[in-house]
Ligand binder design. Structure first.
Ligand code: HEM
Length: 404
């Protein structure tokens, strides 16, 4: 590890060492500075599973960056200014509970189970488009368009807007980058403005002609006893897009890479597809698509060995918790039959990933159909797959496969 005092930059995708060897960096941090206060960003970084579990399961801790110290780096990451309005991910109670209860009515296991045939169809169409190719980039040709097509289905995006939708979604992946380049910032604004404008159009249409889609259900909720404001519906839909797409894309890329680097696990999975759900959990644990979650301490927050005050910003490194030897035996071994499947890749408690059932369904279907369609998959010879620079997320830029 770079010998300078570790900081939030050390555990950011902007640091090539962390990007390429996250577990090496987090292991060292966990053993030398398990609770680290970065003086310049005023953020405490946690790497032990026990501390991370405590923070993400503590319902009295805040998510809203406006509650952090005035000079905290968390405010910069979220570009907090007077016009800042938190989306569901950053809301605290009572707003969080109100919005989450309404959204989860429309977005639950039953609605995801009903989506499965559609997800299978989307997977099959994408795999058909690869017919005749013996080499392709899994990320660009499958893992990126796949979840966007699924969420487009959930939001009933018009067919002629699907390619735009894909581009906006990609631009939004820089949303948590604390130091975007001017070009990335411009793309981010462009993606957000276009997407919000389009959602507004869908919103107006659905207000006139209600359907059974998510937006219609959210509008109905808006008119019911409990209110969802128009901007809350739009920001929730935007959240579903950027929280759900990049992460699922990365799960598929990271999971495929793990299988290719552990051919005996790939063979086991091919021989017994019933192992797929467990394999997806191990993929999530082994190479978490979300690198950290941010929190803000309240008066009652206590972490042993670390003085806390209300307003102290905290980063909980999810991948570090997943690989803590105190939680898992041989944490760096990729074992799809691991008995203890515990991981923190979907967060926990009040903010536990609302899209977890959808992400699981998508990954299970994708791996099942990819392995069936291609009886032989290998890494295309050449340089190692490149990790992308998207702070807060952890995934691949490209993953070239050779198939038979
Ligand atoms: C492998 C895929 C995914 C991973 C690893 C993932 C990870 C996470 C994590 C770690 C959180 C908690 C953040 C925090 O506590 O601050 C979260 C929240 C959330 N996720 Fe996911 N996610 C995935 C897929 C999805 C999908 C497919 C959707 C929806 C389409 C989605 C929607 C959400 C929403 C709405 C929240 C906010 C919940 C709340 O704050 O109450 N996610 N996700």
């Amino acid at each position: 590890m770079n010998r300078q005092k570790p900081s939030v930059e050390t555990v950011s995708a902007l640091n090539p060492e962390f990007r390429n060897h996250p577990q090496r960096v987090m292991d060292e941090l966990r053993s030398t500075h398990p609770i680290l206060l970065d003086e310049s960003s005023k953020i405490v970084i946690l790497t032990r599973a026990a501390d991370i579990a405590k923070v993400i399961n503590d319902r009295d801790i805040y998510c809203d960056p406006r509650k952090s110290d005035p000079d905290s780096g968390l405010r910069r990451v979220h570009r907090v200014d007077e016009s800042y309005r938190p989306n569901l991910l950053r809301m605290d109670d009572p707003d969080h509970k109100r919005v989450r209860d309404l959204v989860s009515k429309a977005f639950n296991q039953v609605s995801i189970d009903a989506l499965r045939p559609k997800i299978e169809q989307i997977t099959s169409d994408l795999l058909d488009s690869l017919r005749g190719r013996y080499s392709f980039d899994l990320m660009e040709d499958f893992a990126e368009p796949f979840p966007t097509a699924v969420i487009a289905e959930v939001l009933c995006v018009h067919r002629d807007k699907r390619e735009d939708f894909q581009r906006w979604s990609k631009a939004l992946s820089q949303i948590f980058n604390p130091k975007p380049t001017p070009e990335q910032l411009e793309r981010l604004q462009w993606g957000s403005e276009n997407f919000q404008g389009y959602l507004k159009q869908i919103f107006d249409e659905r207000r006139e002609h209600r359907g059974t889609d998510l937006v219609s259900e959210l509008i109905t909720a808006h008119e019911g006893e409990h209110k969802l404001l128009e901007w809350e519906i739009i920001s929730t839909c935007e959240l579903l897009l950027f929280a759900g797409n990049v992460t699922t894309t990365d799960l598929i890329g990271n999971g495929m890479l793990a299988l290719l680097k552990h051919p005996e696990q790939m063979e086991k999975l091919r021989a017994n597809p019933a192992l797929i759900p467990g394999a997806v959990e191990e993929m999530l644990r082994y190479d978490s698509p979300v690198s950290h979650v941010g929190r803000v301490a309240s008066d009652s927050t206590r972490i042993e060995g670390c003085p806390m005050h209300s307003g102290q910003a905290i980063y909980a490194l999810l991948g570090a918790a997943n690989h803590d030897p105190a939680l898992h035996q041989d944490p760096h071994t990729f074992d799809i039959e691991r008995e203890n499947k515990r991981h923190y890749s979907f967060g926990g408690a009040a903010h536990f990933c609302l899209g977890a059932p959808l992400a699981r369904a998508e990954a299970q279907i994708a791996f099942s159909m990819l392995l069936k369609r291609f009886p032989d998959i290998s890494l295309t010879p050449g340089p190692d797959p490149v990790r992308k620079i998207a702070p807060s997320f952890n995934g691949l830029e490209s993953l070239w496969l050779t198939v038979a």
